[in-house]
Design a protein around this ligand. Structure first.
Ligand SMILES: C[S@@+](CC[C@H](N)C(=O)[O-])C[C@H]1O[C@@H](n2cnc3c(N)ncnc32)[C@H](O)[C@@H]1O
Length: 224
């Protein structure tokens, strides 16, 4: 199925000026990447839920996206006036390139880095590397949308069913989600997008809140 102008908004949403992006297969997305991309309306809902949980008088916040994919959430963060800079890690070259192409299509200023990243002044910094811990403070939001299927069950090109989704022990590189939460504790808010049946191991000293999105996914918020 090709994305047409009619259905592209389901995944990509409108541009800042309300016009529709010109999205092309192989440049902005592939069918494989659409399987895990956050569709626009879900992404908007997640970001609205984040905004309700951070004090309006303390905005704007910086966002650290551990795993940017092709930018379903990056675009929505970047189009929102309530966030300052977005740092987005994505180790796969083709996905990082699509993420850059998508930012370009939406006319969002971005910088691209392959080496250990340095702070840039761009709205979005795409880092084509596995996530690495960064310095955080009370103006930071950490957004974690990890792969939902086990790397041992990759089914290349195949559609992933609910039964393929992990219910525990999801990792990003060598880090468990619990490790990522521990290393992000200085942030104002941590948001994780997870399969509905996922069971996170709660750690003492953190406040967890769960929101289910239409029987499709679970968002866990950890708020300071
Ligand atoms: C569920 S997808 C993210 C989708 C993204 N929110 C979007 O809308 O396009 C998870 C991404 O994590 C990436 N990933 C895998 N290992 C990673 C790592 N160690 N560090 C950062 N990202 C990683 C995968 O390549 C994949 O693109």
């Amino acid at each position: 199925m090709a994305i047409t102008q009619k259905n592209s908004c389901h995944y990509f949403g409108p541009r800042h000026d309300g016009s529709k992006p010109a999205i092309k297969h192989g440049i902005h997305y592939t069918m494989e990447t659409l399987r895990y991309m956050t569709p626009y309306l879900y992404s908007k809902k997640i970001i609205d839920l984040i905004l309700k949980r951070i004090p309006i008088n303390k905005q704007p916040f910086d966002v650290i996206e551990t795993s940017g994919g092709i930018g379903g959430d990056t675009l929505t963060f970047a189009q929102s006036p309530y966030f300052n800079r977005i740092l987005s890690f994505e180790p796969k070259h083709d996905r990082a390139m699509m993420l850059c192409n998508n930012l370009r299509e939406y006319r969002i200023p971005f910088a691209f880095q392959k080496e250990p990243f340095e702070k840039t002044k761009a709205k979005v910094t795409v880092v084509r590397r596995p996530f690495e811990t960064v310095a955080l403070n009370s103006q930071s939001i950490v957004y974690i949308d990890p792969p939902w299927a086990s790397p041992d069950n990759p089914k290349p090109g195949a559609y992933l069913n609910k039964t393929d989704f992990m219910t525990q022990n999801i990792k990003l590189g060598d880090d468990t989600l619990e490790d990522l939460i521990d290393s992000s504790k200085a942030a104002r808010l941590i948001a994780l997008k997870l399969p509905l049946a996922y069971k996170i191991k709660k750690r003492a000293g953190f406040n967890y809140e769960k929101v289910l999105l239409r029987n499709k996914m679970k968002i866990i918020f950890i708020i300071k």
